[in-house]
Design a binder for this molecule. Sequence first.
Ligand code: FAD
Length: 388
Amino acid sequence: MDHVVVVGAGLAGIRSIEALRAHGFAGRITLIGEEPHRPYDRPPLSKAVLLGETDSTVVDSDLDALNVRLLLGTAAKGLGTGVLETTEGELAYDGLVIATGATPIRLRGEGRQHVLRTIDDAIELRARLVSGARVAVIGAGWIGAEVATAAARAGCAVTVVEAGETPLAAALGTTVGAYTTGWYGEAGIELRLGAMVGSVDPDGLTLMSGARIPADVVVTGVGVRPAVEWLKGSAVELDDGVLVDEHLRTSVPGVVAVGDCANWWSRRFGRRLRVEHWDNALGAPDTAAATLLGEDAVYDPVPYFWSEQFGRMVQFAGYREGARLVLRGSPREDRKWAACWLTEDDRLAAVLTVDRPRDLVQGRRLIEAGKRVNATRIVDPAATLRDC
Ligand code: FAD
């Protein structure tokens, strides 16, 4: 293999290049990125960047030492056999890494809606989060909660509009999501649950009910779609992202996929997973690079995610679907608490922690180990999770 092309200059893209070199690949590497920027981290965009603490989140990586040809401001448009079509012409490849991430979903309406995916989005939005501005955030998910946190801190009058019955319902379920409802009121934010947005208008929102929410700034945080439109019509199989096996191989030989756009087969959970988490963009490239170079590597992590909202560190690891919920501590009374999800035979499937980072670390290890836990002890927040 002489030439590897990496499509997508985000975290998964740059980590793929580092992994290729670490695995001994000495051939040519070309990195293609639609944005004009060098690879940067996105988690700080809704935290430190919005809060005005930093303007740059560029990933610490020595592109010169990695000997990469960098094609920024260039988008992939299509894929043929051994040829990538880009906005700047065709590019032949021997190996290809697909790392194009995800694109925010926008809602209907003529009004300006901010989304938060790029550093440019963040800097533009930050300038509008000024004291007294009326800010409507659509979606009480991870991004919506973090944007609301930053807007409230900037002195904005914030309303969060959520279609579900609780915040974070899709990620954590409504029981646990409900425990976060009070965080909004505490921060002086109005939370409207069960409210569907009909349209984004120049002066605010119109809900499906006909009610109006006046706003100077609208931020849409209702989720993302894998950025794989450019692969439609190619031989790469798609279904909620790029379908890859446990080695991160696509349906096309010599083509692998990583990060937010990859939908991989998890041996551990016996199902497909597509995860939009930083840790996945960091970890998957090692397996993808090994696979591309003909090594036998399997990607099978316990997914991990964190969020900083309303002055709290919220962390989650595992996969909770089908598992039963038990609480460690009282979310209504304690500031620090955790939730665990157990399988039928009392193995830890997932853990959520609120300002209990040790529980997260130990819980993640227990999930990885797949050992049975003591379901009676685990509910006692004073018991060390590792020993349960
Ligand atoms: P991306 O980072 O999206 O990079 C993909 C790159 O590919 C982009 O630069 C894109 O422009 C480019 N691209 C797309 N299409 C093309 C094309 N056709 N041709 C060329 N280039 C293309 N995760 C956490 O775990 N914790 C957090 O607290 C957290 N906070 C977040 C906050 C924000 C505001 C955002 C947006 C994400 C956050 N995440 C968080 C998620 C995490 O940042 C993502 O999972 C991670 O960025 C995924 O990396 P990636 O390289 O797969 O995709």
